[in-house]
Structures are given as C-alpha cells and as structure tokens.
Design a protein around this ligand. Structure first.
Ligand SMILES: [Zn+2]
Length: 50
C-alpha cells in the first residue's frame, strides 16, 4: 500500500513543491522548513501536509 508520503506546501501560495517520506512514526509536530518556491520565486516557509 502506497500513499503514505507527505508533502511540503508553500504557506504563501499553497503549492506542494516537495514530497517527503516521513521517517518517524507517531511524530506529532509538523515539519516546517524554509525552501525555494518556484511560484513565489523566493524562499518561503513550507509546511508538511498530506
Ligand atoms: Zn509559494
């Protein structure tokens, strides 16, 4: 069964620019990282989403 991947979505425009594989099961905190958004054209905060 696939589909366990999460994504990192830009908090500015909402685009899912990156896909990630959760490494820790049962982790409660959501990942927040600064990454480059090609739609915004700059580095923005990305949050983990499903
Ligand atoms: Zn963006």
């Amino acid at each position: 069964m696939a589909g366990k991947n999460a994504a990192l979505a830009c908090t500015i425009c909402g685009s899912r620019n990156y896909t990630i594989t959760p490494t820790e099961k049962g982790r409660t905190t959501r990942l927040e990282v600064k990454k480059f958004c090609r739609y915004c054209g700059t580095h923005t905060l990305h949050k983990e989403t499903k």
